[in-house]
Design a protein around this ligand. Structure first.
Ligand code: GLN
Length: 209
């Protein structure tokens, strides 16, 4: 489902909870038309969707309460380009560790994500990540990433491509961004970094879909 002008796709930001406004700003900057998604009708009207950071346990409860969980699963399974950051990454994971009892997700990416993986003592921090998988074979300068009670990816299935890893320090090598077909996920918050490359990449992915 594409809007008339594919050069300016309409991209929703799931606005149940979390940092919605920063994503709107970044998407607008990258040439998309950002809209807010809270209801099933709004979900049907977008070319792509961003699931922001926040708290995945709360987000899944709200999605259920707003009758959005099944429509989200359906659109994601039907190929809607979707980008999850942090809690949004957890929402797109097929499997999670350290979730609360019975915690559900939308799913779609064949990966195992560990919640709050960087340890409780470091609630939030910044680190450079290397974006090796954006345009495979091309090197690009590191992305200065903001992590807030972030997950990391522990395992990926064969069709899930690693996009970024922590560049140095204790967590060096940890997978913090992945792509599987029309789905993109980052453990960090690119909307807070002042670096548009990840959003740009997603807007391009929506245009190509
Ligand atoms: N720890 C949060 C969760 O489990 C994610 C944190 C975030 O999105 N900044 O959902």
């Amino acid at each position: 489902m594409l809007s008339k002008s594919t050069s300016q796709p309409t991209i929703g930001v799931l606005a149940l909870q979390g940092d919605v406004r920063e994503h709107h700003r970044m998407l607008g900057h990258c040439g998309a038309v950002p809209v807010t998604v809270r209801r099933p009708e709004e979900l049907l009207a977008v070319d792509g969707l961003v699931i922001p950071g926040g708290e995945s346990t709360t987000m899944v409860k709200l999605a259920t309460a707003f009758d959005l969980l099944e429509p989200l699963r359906k659109r994601v399974a039907d190929g809607m380009p979707t980008f999850g950051t942090c809690a949004g990454m957890i929402m797109l994971a097929d499997r999670i560790r350290d979730g609360i009892e019975g915690q559900e997700t939308i799913g779609g990416i064949d990966m195992t994500v560990r919640r709050n993986a960087f340890g409780r003592q470091v609630d939030s921090f910044e680190a450079d990540v290397s974006l090796e998988g954006f345009h495979p074979g091309e090197s690009s300068h590191p992305f200065h990433a903001v992590f807030i009670r972030a997950p990391w990816v522990e395992e990926v299935g064969p069709s899930c491509r690693v996009i970024a890893r922590v560049a140095s320090g204790e967590a060096a090598g940890r997978i913090v961004a992945v792509r599987q077909d029309h789905l993109l996920a980052t453990a960090f918050h690119p909307e807070l970094a002042g670096d548009v490359r990840v959003h740009d990449y997603f807007v391009e992915l929506v245009k190509e879909a």
